[in-house]
Design a binder for this molecule. Structure first.
Ligand SMILES: [Zn+2]
Length: 495
């Protein structure tokens, strides 16, 4: 960080080429619209099949490119070389649409322009044919905020729409648009853009603008942008000005956004896993004193736990920090899930707490105690439930296992297992099969099933897979007592 970021920021500001990256990188045609492939394809098909509808609803959270797509669509309809799926961006119609001066593109902000006069003006404009282009395009932003009389006026137009009118209703809350209107429009959904895609785009911009920026810094920016490319680009630009000529690092972004450094979030997580209340208190106190955004700390915390769980479940990650953290703390999935679930519930606490700081400290305390509470519960469970399988019917245990497989998305495996022969004896359920792959699949998941049966059905039972052909000879009877002695070996070598 420079000693005086303000002076370099000012210097940057003075050079016009640094101004508004978001504007500079606003898509000019369909090809440049990023991360909205489905929406783009619908609009392009609409043009190439010459089925231009008179009303569209563009639905999606803010910053997903609804208005931009609407302008590109207006261009595609009115380009002098069109209607075309690839407007030229050079003819006078295209240029005027880009600069916002095209007479047949009417943009309305429903939040502020809802007076009777405004609506009357729209109605009048809708009646007369376009004066310059092929289509008169109305983009109504935040359309859900239109008044009832405005919606009624729109309905009148939609009932007998002039063939040259195209209405695009952009909205973040499509459910608030009356049925009568939405049923007459084509709805196109704009999705939040995944973080990885935003990072990909930011990297390209950094290359073109010669911005020196760490990958981790871009990750943080994209996280903060929360699915909006425009917001992400604006943050990148602001951090860039803040950093002056220096490389944009993760810590520069953290400082700029008031985010607690990842390292302190990791430290906090570690002390919670270790149930170190004193250390957890010190770290949370430090976070509060430095004025970091507490909600953001909890969000980052949840994000880290989520990444840990995915990695522990076998999904590869390139994030070295996650791998290192897991090996340092011996975190397991069960523990991580417990902390995660508790954290999610605490979001509610935060809503009703008198202060974020108090709630934050209480959350940290409660998380530290989670493991202790559990160990007491575990002892109680063990005392009351040990080996009560004789009270359970074998069929019920079997169907619980099938249900578990189905519910965890292993439908194919569930189907296979449900056709197997099985036997419940003492605290052991044996499945018989000669299908090596199937046996391996059951072996891989049996620990999870055992745990599931124990925690939810109060059944303590072990699962074993045995060869079907061998079973038909009934080894147990043949070997008698000796069978028990070689049981462990059998289990390991059988497959
Ligand atoms: Zn053109």
């Amino acid at each position: 960080m420079g000693s005086n970021p303000t002076s370099s920021a000012l210097k940057n500001l003075l050079q016009e080429r640094y101004l508004s990256l978001a504007r500079k990188y606003r898509p000019k045609d369909f090809e440049e619209i990023f991360g909205q492939e489905v929406a783009v394809r619908i609009l392009q098909n609409s043009i190439s099949t010459k089925r231009i509808h008179h009303a569209y609803i563009f639905a999606g959270v803010r910053g997903t490119g609804k208005t931009t797509a609407a302008r590109v669509f207006a261009k595609a309809l009115n380009c002098e070389k069109g209607p075309t799926i690839s407007p030229c961006s050079k003819c006078s119609n295209c240029v005027q649409i880009s600069s916002g001066s095209f007479i047949d593109l009417i943009e309305i902000d429903a939040g502020s322009q809802t007076s009777v006069e405004d609506i009357r003006a729209i109605k009048e404009k809708a009646i007369y044919p376009p004066s310059q282009g092929r289509y008169k395009v109305f983009i109504i932003d935040e359309a859900h905020m239109l008044s009832n009389s405005a919606f009624n006026a729109l309905l009148k137009i939609f009932e007998e729409p002039p063939e040259f009118d195209v209405f695009i209703l952009a909205t973040t809350e499509p459910h608030k648009i009356p049925e009568t209107v939405s049923s007459r429009a084509i709805r196109i959904d704009f999705r939040k853009i995944p973080k990885e895609k935003i990072v990909e785009r930011l990297k390209i911009i950094c290359e073109q603008e010669k911005i020196d920026c760490e990958d981790n810094a871009l990750n943080l920016i994209a996280e903060e942008g929360d699915g909006s490319l425009r917001d992400s680009i604006s943050i990148l630009e602001a951090v860039w000005m803040f950093s002056g000529e220096e490389k944009i690092t993760q810590s520069a972004v953290e400082k700029f956004l008031g985010i607690a450094p990842r390292t302190s979030v990791y430290e906090l997580f570690k002390s919670i896993i270790n149930q170190d209340i004193k250390k957890s208190y010190e770290i949370s106190q430090g976070i509060i004193e430095r004025g970091y955004n507490i909600r953001r700390v909890l969000k980052d915390f949840a994000e880290i736990i989520k990444d840990c769980v995915f990695y522990l479940e076998g999904i590869e990650t390139e994030r070295e920090d996650i791998k290192r953290f897991i090996s340092e703390t011996n975190l397991d999935v069960e523990n991580a899930m417990r902390i995660y679930n508790a954290l999610i519930k605490f979001e509610e606490d935060l809503k009703f707490s008198i202060s974020d700081e108090v709630a934050f400290k209480m959350i940290v305390f409660k998380l530290c105690y989670l493991n202790r509470v559990k160990s007491v519960r575990e002892i109680l469970e063990k005392m009351s439930l040990s080996q009560n399988t004789q009270f359970q019917e074998p069929d019920k245990i079997f169907s619980s296992i099938i249900d578990y497989l189905k519910e965890t998305g292993r439908v194919f495996l569930a189907e296979k297992v449900s056709s197997l022969k099985y036997e419940v004896k003492d605290s052991l359920i044996s499945f018989f099969t000669d299908d090596v792959k199937l046996a391996k699949a059951i072996e891989d998941i049996k620990k999870d099933i055992e745990e599931f049966l124990f925690t939810t059905k109060k059944v303590q039972i072990k699962i074993r897979v045995e060869r079907e052909s061998q079973n038909s000879i009934d080894v147990e009877k043949m070997l008698g007592d000796d069978f028990v002695k070689i049981e462990g070996v059998e289990e390991e070598n059988i497959w």
